[in-house]
Structures are given as structure tokens and as C-alpha cells.
Design a protein around this ligand. Structure first.
Ligand SMILES: C[S@@+](CC[C@H](N)C(=O)[O-])C[C@H]1O[C@@H](n2cnc3c(N)ncnc32)[C@H](O)[C@@H]1O
Length: 262
């Protein structure tokens, strides 16, 4: 895990041996400090440790407690989208990607992996997910393994996602030309959509930086088939970053920019 301003890992107030062992294991894995809860309140422990963020391990759930609220893994619309795909309905992201079974996907902005789950369902193959925030990366990596997905197909898709805590700018520099079929970006929207309120807790931790033309250039070098950018339909990012094709419903608030690799 990359360096993060100090956070600690603990359990809920009511806990058991399994949760304590899991919290201890995660502290080792993510090089964080494990703290026995000892029935103390989180504000009390935070004050003692001069820390603002706690990762709390409860039975079947891991959450992040920040000064602006609680954050926990949820696949958002992925399960519904996968159910629609199972009924042969269309998914605009997959159309933009032209994603076929067996293709590889590099999801540069993983977040809670909702899009990555849909990609992994369609490709039935590996999706590499990059997330620069260590806590979002932790909660997504662990959540994909813990979440009680409603369909077996979604659980299988989750097992095909590899989470890497890194900045896509750094990662793209290191991988060979034409080594991944689809490179995908879904940056934090510059103009938040009013109907995406469920996504807001993530905003307190998420990397809000804009994509640079150099990153798109690197993505085009790495991709074999397509580079795809998800953005607000009113966004000027498609033009700024040189996406010649845009797909998405006429009345949809979300559009996808496409660069086809020749
Ligand atoms: C809009 S969210 C992605 C949501 C995701 N597509 C989903 O379906 O759950 C954008 C995520 O990308 C991450 N991010 C932004 N810039 C990044 C970068 N340079 N490298 C890696 N991750 C980045 C943010 O921290 C945030 O979690």
C-alpha cells in the first residue's frame, strides 16, 4: 500500500475472535497500525492516536470511518446492469468498449469497481483495476471478496478483478505497448451529477485530479483495441482530451468517448 496519512485498523465495539484476527491480518497486509477496540469510542481512539481515519472490521463488513462519515464497499448499479445483460439488454459502457469475451481490460479509475464488475462479467477474463487512494483501494479489494453478491455471475466477475493501489499515470508508463485490449477511464466528474448522491461519500477520499493528454497518449500506446472515457454528457473533456467518437443515449447524463486503436 502507498503511503497514507495515518489511519489505524480496529474492530467494532462488540466483536469476536474472527474480527480481531481479520483486523490484525489487514493491518499487517496494508502496513497499518492495529488497535484493540477495548470498548472505546472511535473519536476517543482517534484523539489518542492523533489520527482522523479508522478502518473498522465487523462481521462480513469493513468500513472506513472519516470525519465526514462512514464509507463501505457497495457494487452500486453493477448487479442490476449484469442482470440486464443476462436478459440480453444493451450496456452503453460495453458498447463503447466493444468488449468481447477473452479481452483484457485496464480500469484506470477503479473506485468501488462497479464498472469493473460489468467489464469482468462480459470479458470472463482478468480486469486490472487501478486506484490511487489507498483506503478506497483497500475497501474495494476486500469488499470484492466479502460482499454477498446476489448472482453467481457477479461473484465470478468479482473474482476476476485484481486491485492495484497505484496512480494510473505511473502504471501506464511501466507497461508495454499494445499489452491490454481496453484502457478505461472514469474520473471524478468535474460537474457532479445530482442523481449520483450515493457516490458522494467517496468524494471525501477520491483523487479528483483531471486526466492529462499525456495519460491518454500513454493509454493509446498500451491499448490494442480501444481507449474509453466516461464523462458527464455536457463535459468538454472529450474535446480537450481528443476523443473523436462519443456514444451514449441522446437523453443520457453520461456519455462515453472512444478512441479506436488502429
Ligand atoms: C468516478 S470514480 C470511479 C468509479 C468506478 N468506475 C465505479 O464504477 O465504481 C473515480 C475513481 O478513480 C480514482 N482515481 C482518480 N484519479 C486516479 C489516478 N490518477 N490513478 C488511479 N486512480 C485514480 C479516484 O480516487 C476514484 O476512486
Amino acid at each position: 500500500m502507498r503511503q497514507m496519512d495515518n489511519f489505524f485498523i480496529t474492530t467494532g465495539r462488540k466483536t469476536d475472535g474472527n474480527c480481531i484476527a481479520k483486523a490484525h491480518f489487514l493491518a499487517e497486509k496494508y502496513h497499518a497500525r492495529f488497535v484493540y477496540r477495548n470498548n472505546k469510542s472511535l473519536p476517543q481512539i482517534k484523539k489518542e492516536l492523533n489520527s482522523t481515519i479508522a478502518v473498522v472490521v465487523k462481521k462480513g463488513k469493513i468500513s472506513i470511518n472519516t470525519s465526514s462519515g462512514e464509507l463501505f464497499f457497495h457494487p452500486n448499479m453493477a448487479q442490476l446492469r449484469i442482470k440486464k445483460l443476462l436478459k440480453n439488454e444493451n450496456d452503453n459502457m460495453l458498447t463503447a468498449m466493444d468488449l468481447k469475451q477473452g479481452m483484457s481490460v485496464l480500469d484506470c479509475t477503479l473506485g468501488f469497481a462497479s464498472d469493473a464488475l460489468v467489464s469482468a462479467f462480459q470479458s470472463k477474463s482478468l480486469v486490472i483495476g487501478l486506484e490511487s487512494n489507498p483506503l478506497i483501494s483497500l475497501i474495494t479489494a476486500e469488499g470484492l471478496g466479502l460482499f454477498p453478491f446476489s448472482t453467481e455471475e457477479t461473484a465470478k466477475a468479482a473474482a476476476n478483478i485484481r486491485v492495484i493501489n497505484t496512480d494510473y499515470g505511473e502504471y501506464l508508463k511501466k507497461i508495454p505497448d499494445k499489452s491490454i485490449d481496453i484502457v478505461y477511464f472514469d474520473p471524478m466528474f468535474r460537474h457532479p451529477l445530482t442523481n449520483s448522491l450515493s457516490f458522494n461519500p467517496l468524494r471525501t477520499l477520491a483523487n479528483m485530479s483531471a486526466i492529462t493528454p499525456a495519460s491518454i497518449q500513454a493509454a493509446c500506446r498500451v491499448a490494442r483495441h480501444r481507449v474509453v472515457l466516461k464523462e458527464n454528457s455536457k463535459s468538454h473533456e472529450f474535446h480537450r482530451l481528443g476523443f473523436p467518437l462519443i456514444c451514449g443515449g441522446r437523453y443520457s447524463s453520461i456519455h462515453y468517448g472512444i478512441i479506436k486503436i488502429k
